[in-house]
Design a protein around this ligand. Structure first.
Ligand code: NI
Length: 170
C-alpha cells in the first residue's frame, strides 16, 4: 500500500464527474487499498477517488471510533438506491478542505448498492454517521463538495481562504 497526495480545493479535479469502473482488477484493488491508507493516515473517515486525482467511481470509508475495531468499506460504483424522506443535519468536514466544518442536511437513512473488491454485488443499509459519510463521498464522484450546500457567500469565503493556503504551501 502507498499513501497518496490529497488534492485540495479549489481544484478542477474535484469538480469532475467520475467514470464507472468497467473491470475490477488489481489496479482498482490497489487504488482502494492506497485510498484507505491515505484516509487512515490523514486521519479521516471517508475518501473518494477524485481526492487522490483518480477518475473512477470508487470510495472508501470507516466510521469506527477510536478504540473500536476498524470497519473499512471499499465501494466500487456505489449507487444510492433508496433514501429516507427524513433528513438530518450534521457537521461535516472534508480532507480536501482541511480545518473547515459546516452543517449539511442529508437523508437520515440510505440503501447503497456497490461492488466489493472481489467483484461481488453488495447492498448496505446505512444510518447516522455512515449514511452521511457515504452520501458525502458519492457526491465527490459527481464533482459535488459539501461546501456546495452552503450559501455562495460562505462558500466563497472558504474557497478564498483555501486559495491563500495553497499559495502559502506552493
Ligand atoms: Ni470530502
Amino acid at each position: 500500500m502507498a499513501k497518496l497526495p490529497i488534492v485540495l480545493a479549489p481544484d478542477p479535479v474535484l469538480k469532475m464527474k467520475c467514470e464507472p469502473v468497467v473491470s475490477i482488477d488489481d489496479d482498482v484493488r490497489r487504488l482502494l487499498d492506497d485510498m484507505l491508507e491515505t484516509m487512515y493516515d490523514a486521519p479521516g473517515i471517508g475518501l473518494s477517488a477524485p481526492q487522490v486525482a483518480a477518475g473512477q467511481r470508487v470510495i472508501v470509508c470507516d466510521v469506527a471510533r477510536e478504540g473500536e475495531a476498524p470497519r473499512p468499506y471499499r465501494m466500487i460504483n456505489p449507487e444510492i438506491t433508496w433514501r429516507s424522506d427524513e433528513n438530518v443535519v450534521a457537521e461535516e468536514g472534508c480532507l480536501s478542505i482541511p480545518d473547515y466544518y459546516a452543517e449539511v442536511s442529508r437523508s437520515r437513512e440510505i440503501r447503497v448498492g456497490y461492488f466489493d473488491p472481489d467483484g461481488a454485488a453488495q447492498k448496505l443499509d446505512a444510518t447516522g454517521l455512515l449514511s452521511a459519510c457515504i452520501q458525502h463521498e458519492i457526491d465527490h464522484l459527481n464533482g459535488v463538495l459539501f461546501i456546495d450546500y452552503l450559501t455562495p457567500l460562505k462558500r466563497n469565503i472558504i474557497l478564498r481562504k483555501m486559495k491563500k493556503l495553497k499559495r502559502q504551501q506552493a
